[in-house]
Design a protein around this ligand. Structure first.
Ligand SMILES: O=C(O)CCC(=O)C(=O)O
Length: 236
């Protein structure tokens, strides 16, 4: 049976799913992440605090299990079908020492195993030693992101904000982004611990610095269902 949220998700480009993951699983993930917070070359630091980990799928087994779990997999399957697989995992955190913000943007890059010149793919960049590339919009349109909250995220600790429906117009330039900001009301995606936001990478999103900074840990998992053309391979 089709879940009630699917129509909203297709129309708006996002849906909030409270209590997707149990508290026990969240605690397990937090301790696995703390353990990983040592030798991972993908860590970025500001002050003494980690505010982002790249390569999460490669470096933390518990995150790989999460991507395949009975909590997440059925949700992703509803959107992408039974062939869906995780392609990238990131951790975002905001803390008093790393109280960052990001301007309105779409997620336009994917991570791949190696660089190959394929028509429609580019520009290329390297982040934390990993090849990233902007794929054609058709690739991004067939992806979905799950952002799992490991802490309660309120209006006060820099929740993700989104512009509903902005995922339907392909890649947006600065002028288009301004126009979307003028005509759509931003929604703050507040969530409790264990809640998730399901979103399309092309959805316009931003986040402000926290007013009351504490941990705001989010595991960001991207899923796709298709292989890439021309010998390119997803990193995950
Ligand atoms: O977690 C956030 O507040 C922002 C993350 C972000 O910019 C992204 O997912 O592209």
């Amino acid at each position: 049976m089709t879940p009630g949220w699917l129509n909203d998700f297709q129309r708006d480009g996002f849906v909030c799913l409270p209590d997707l993951v149990s508290s026990a699983m969240v605690l397990e993930l937090i301790s696995a992440l703390e353990e990983a917070n040592g030798g991972n070359s993908g860590l970025r630091h500001r002050g003494r605090e980690t505010y982002a980990i790249r390569n999460l799928l490669e470096s933390v087994a518990a995150v790989r299990s999460l991507a395949e779990s009975a909590a997440l997999k059925p949700v992703v399957k509803e959107v992408l079908g039974a062939e869906a697989f995780a392609v990238r995992g990131l951790l975002f955190d905001k803390t008093p020492e790393a109280n960052w913000k990001v301007a309105w943007h779409q997620d336009l890059t994917i991570a791949v195993k190696r660089k190959l010149e394929v028509t429609g793919f580019g520009p290329w960049s390297i982040k934390a030693g990993i090849q990233h590339v902007q794929p054609p919009v058709a690739v991004l349109e067939k992806m979905v992101t799950v952002r799992l909250h490991l802490d309660d995220c309120t209006e006060k600790n820099g929740p993700l904000q989104v512009l509903p429906g902005s995922h339907t117009q392909g890649r947006l330039n600065a002028e288009n982004i301004q126009a979307w900001r003028a005509r759509a009301s931003a929604i703050s995606c507040v969530a409790g611990r264990g809640g998730a936001l399901l979103m399309r990478p092309l959805l316009l999103h931003a986040s402000s610095a926290a007013v009351r900074p504490g941990h705001r840990r989010v595991i960001h998992l991207e899923f796709a269902a298709d292989t890439l053309p021309g010998g390119l391979e997803w990193l995950g």
